[in-house]
Design a protein around this ligand. Structure first.
Ligand code: TRP
Length: 362
């Protein structure tokens, strides 16, 4: 069986470090590994509209931002198909049929939907489109016969729901769809990077994100202002490394060679943490170390972004080419689905012949 990747992001803002460690960096590695027959990266604008129906302009403006973030991280249009969800009408039709295979109570139990409903204060008035977006996400994944969905752990319920739809579809209509698997980040610290304020998640509305497109100075300021251990007041005080945002970021980003390069007094993160816990190590020193590491990681991304920003029409052309290519693949799957569901009336010569025979006999 072919190995195919599909994943994507909602274009509600520029992409940040949470996206980068949670998924983006891995996608580039997977793209370059040569192990996959095809890689599809989707800008999920239709999904973004399910909870931004009154603000389409926000989505419209952010499509190019996300595309630039992809390109600057190293997603290469000659290896990966980058496309815009709303341009693939076939996905809607798939969703319409999948809706018959999912119950309302199953959607209500989806933990990601549940927590998003709470976060958005939708409890009393949930838009139907939002409520059913896991079904639309199943269409995204299955339309491209994806075997692998690289994503953060918050997407696990979506992929599980997709797998259920696939099994149900195949058992009712015959083997047609491919059951996908989620590919979680390898480093467990990357599964959910906290915001710079120590809150559970980077989120634009909380203003606690480091964006891939932030300037070097913005990044430095954000790192120097990061939440650490509020009990660690003087340098001599013993400090906590657990739940300390700077150390969580170091868990996610630091590699042994960073010590020789930027902080040669220490040979490993364990040693640095040990000193912090004992007391005598100041926040500023640790933050400067983190800043050096992040700058080294982000600088090439920033430089590439500057290059792509010089030819924006070319980025839109790339998105159109990708969307056209994606549509062809989705149309083939839709055709298989219609056939399996026996709603392919006009290209089914057997149906027409047998009906003709039935009416002759009557
Ligand atoms: N739900 C994803 C997010 O919020 C975006 C998304 C839409 C997606 N369709 C997908 C991710 C299919 C993986 C596969 O970021």
């Amino acid at each position: 069986m072919k190995k195919i990747i599909l994943t994507g992001d909602r274009p509600t803002g520029r992409l940040h470090l949470g996206h980068y460690v949670g998924s983006l960096k891995r996608r580039v590695e997977l793209q370059n590994s040569g192990e996959y027959d095809r890689v599809f990266i989707m800008i999920a604008d239709a999904q973004a509209l399910t909870d931004n129906a009154d603000n389409p302009e926000k989505i419209r403006q952010n499509i190019i931002e996300v595309a630039l973030d992809y390109l600057s991280c190293g997603i290469d249009p000659s290896k990966s198909t980058i496309f815009i969800q709303s341009q693939i009408a076939e996905l809607c039709e798939l969703s319409f049929y999948y809706m018959n295979l999912v119950t309302v109570s199953r959607l209500q139990r989806n933990p990601t939907v549940k927590s998003e409903i709470q976060m958005r204060n939708f409890e009393t008035s949930i838009p139907v489109g939002f409520f059913t977006y896991p079904i639309s996400q199943a269409s995204d994944i299955t339309a491209f016969r994806a075997t692998t969905v690289p994503a953060g752990e918050d997407q696990e319920p979506m992929v599980e729901q997709t797998r259920e739809i696939v099994r149900k579809f195949n058992s009712v209509y015959g083997e047609t769809l491919v059951e996908p698997e989620i590919l979680l980040p390898e480093n467990c610290f990357c599964q959910r990077l906290p915001g710079t304020d120590g809150k559970a998640k980077m989120s634009k509305s909380l203003g606690n994100c480091i964006y891939l497109s932030d300037t070097a100075e913005d990044v430095r300021k954000k790192v120097m202002g990061m939440y650490t251990d509020p009990g660690h007041i003087r340098v001599e005080d013993p400090g906590k490394t657990e739940g300390n945002t700077v150390f969580i970021y170091l868990d996610a980003f630091s590699r042994p060679e960073h010590f020789a390069e930027f902080l040669p007094d220490y040979s490993s993160l364990d040693e640095l943490k040990e000193h912090y816990r004992r007391g005598g190590l100041g926040d500023v020193k640790v933050k400067k170390f983190l800043n050096s590491i992040l700058q080294q990681e982000l600088e090439p991304i920033r430089l590439r972004r500057k290059e792509f920003e010089k030819d924006i029409p070319e980025v839109y052309r790339m998105l159109k080419t990708g969307s056209d290519a994606a549509r062809e693949v989705a149309a083939q799957t839709l055709s298989d689905v219609r056939k399996a569901m026996r709603i392919n009336y006009f290209d089914d010569t057997e149906l027409i012949a047998s009906q003709a025979k039935r009416f002759r006999a009557e």
